[in-house]
Write a protein that binds this ligand. Structure first.
Ligand code: AMP
Length: 278
């Protein structure tokens, strides 16, 4: 496995690989099984897999956890290598941004939900992902449904900017108790960690209520918000959404997902599940 720290080095490394298909997994490191699953899926479909490991400062607001974001470089590199990753791109902030002045904004799909809670976030994500796409020029890029709105933003950006690659979205990898894996779960105290699985359980119960017809979407949403608050998982939002437009839905439809964010101690937990399980 080769580690590249500059754009020039990465381009030179990939120049001889272009005859093979290249899979790309963008990450911010501190790998867990969710990240490793994306790498394994990419490796099954592509002879060459590139992983980027870059904690992108422009997607964090000044009060957010950029400086505390977990960093475990040596362990991450060993784990990526064990999944068969061929190249890890690990640029410095200067290498990525120098004096860059361009911001990619994906209107509409970025505005609500996470975009409302974190107004700068998706501009930072869309900008860094479009830069990484231009640097790596992969055939296929892999993202997790765990960050559902991010998937919608990137899908829209790729379509609007005619970026020549395919996107593959991968279902969320969970702990045994249902908690969606996240690098930020390490910030939870023991007590908070014990409570955290109730988040996913509440979303699954909401899906059951809607599917069984025991509550309509509006009532099930309200009930779920109330239940989460009572448990001490303060909801920022709970909604049934169209996963590609991020519009809120008032009735079930085929690809609808229940999406939510709650605050638990120092952490915002995000999760989403398909309404209908096939
Ligand atoms: P991050 O390092 O948090 O930026 O995540 C890198 C990629 O891994 C993103 O596409 C995430 O959506 C994805 N990811 C994060 N957590 C999970 C998970 N639990 N299951 C599957 N993919 C995930």
């Amino acid at each position: 496995m080769k580690v590249c720290r500059t754009i020039a080095e990465l381009r030179e490394t990939l120049a001889s690989c272009r005859a093979s298909s290249i899979g790309f997994v963008p990450t911010m490191g501190a790998f867990h099984e969710g990240h490793l699953e994306l790498m394994r899926i990419a490796k099954r479909a592509n002879p060459i897999v590139v992983v980027s490991l870059f904690v992108n400062p422009t997607q964090f607001a000044p009060h957010e956890d950029l400086s505390k974001y977990p960093r475990r470089e040596a362990q991450d590199l060993a784990e990526a290598e064990a999944q068969g990753v061929d190249v890890v791109f690990m640029p410095s902030v200067d290498e990525m941004y120098a004096n860059a002045n361009t911001l990619v904004t994906v209107k509409g799909v970025s505005d609500r939900w996470e975009g409302q809670q974190r107004p700068e976030h998706f501009g930072g994500v869309a900008t860094v992902v479009s830069k990484l796409f231009n640097i790596v020029q992969p055939d296929t890029a892999y993202f997790g449904y765990k960050d559902l709105q991010q998937c919608a933003v990137i899908r829209r950006m790729v379509s609007d900017l005619n970026i020549p690659l395919d996107l593959t979205f991968v279902e969320t990898v969970r702990e045994h108790d249902g908690l969606a894996m996240s690098s930020r779960n390490t910030y939870l105290s023991e007590e908070q960690r014990a409570l955290a699985p109730m988040f996913n359980k509440s979303l699954r119960e909401m899906a059951q209520q809607i599917n069984a017809g025991t509550a309509n979407v509006a009532d099930a949403t309200l009930l779920t918000k109330g239940k989460l608050s009572q448990l001490g998982l303060s909801p920022d939002y709970v909604a049934l959404v169209n996963p590609w437009t991020m519009e809120e839905l008032s009735a079930a439809q085929q690809d609808a997902r229940i999406m939510a964010a709650v605050r638990l101690g120092p952490v915002r937990l995000l999760d989403n599940i398909p309404l209908l399980t096939s």
